[in-house]
Design a protein around this ligand. Structure first.
Ligand SMILES: [Zn+2]
Length: 236
């Protein structure tokens, strides 16, 4: 079971981990750490994989969402909501986002010790879920200087080809025009949202991993039928 970690959170008593596709029990085409229930894998395999994630993260609870490509963000309460973001100040809860190309955003108000995890595909990005996440943290008293943001593995702006109907919804700054077509940069768009509501550029970090290019991660665009990756944050 491999993972990448944004180690900046360690200093504030939290861990943000993104797991690669290895170290689970699922077989092809879900080999092996698939955490998606609705992709065709056996439920018992997914449950075992999720258990492994939970214990690796040393979490007492693994929070999950039924992600629906919205901008809905809820407070973690131990149940699975139809939403694309959640937050908590409870220790030991790993807020997990499931993805296979979509962009996970991790936020932490390091002063008030609130963590948040978001799922931003093109729809969530269009609905400005990152901006909304920051607004919620502010409602709980966050000052933007104290917010750390992390961008997890996702399909990069050089690989994410979109049709004109999607591209036209976004500012030109986020769309790359190549000979072959149009490419949407989800990372740039979400970073712009974070900055627009006051998050400091120096507090935003991307892990710089493209799921489409890096075969250690599931990529829906590359593989079609495949598993889902997981990543998130836990307050220790
Ligand atoms: Zn790429």
């Amino acid at each position: 079971m491999g993972f990448v970690e944004d180690k900046r959170f360690l200093k504030y008593g939290a861990r943000s981990l993104f797991f690669d596709r290895f170290g689970g029990v699922s077989s092809a085409p879900f080999e092996s750490l698939n955490v998606g229930f609705n992709v065709g894998d056996a439920e018992e395999n997914v449950r075992e994989n999720l258990d492994r994630v939970k214990s690796f993260a040393s979490a007492s609870k693994l929070g999950l969402l039924n992600q629906i490509h919205s901008n809905k963000i809820v407070e973690y309460d131990g149940t699975i909501h139809n939403a694309d973001g959640f937050y908590t100040n409870k220790r030991g809860v790993f807020l997990g986002i499931r993805f296979a190309d979509c962009l996970p955003v991790i936020l932490m108000d390091v002063k008030n010790k609130i963590v948040m995890a978001l799922h931003a595909g093109w729809k969530g990005t269009f609905l400005e879920i990152s901006k909304k996440g920051i607004e919620i943290l502010k409602k709980y008293g966050a000052e933007t200087d104290n917010i750390l943001a992390s961008i997890g593995p996702h399909i990069c702006g050089n690989c994410y080809e979109v049709k004109d109907d999607v591209a036209s919804k976004f500012d030109d700054r986020f769309v790359l025009k190549k000979k072959k077509g149009l490419y949407l940069d989800l990372e740039k768009a979400n970073i712009a949202q974070l900055i627009s509501v006051g998050v400091l550029k120096k507090n935003i970090n991307s892990l710089g991993i493209c799921t489409y290019e890096n075969r250690a991660f599931f990529s829906y665009r590359r593989d079609g039928v495949c598993g889902r990756n997981i990543g998130g944050i836990v307050i220790e």
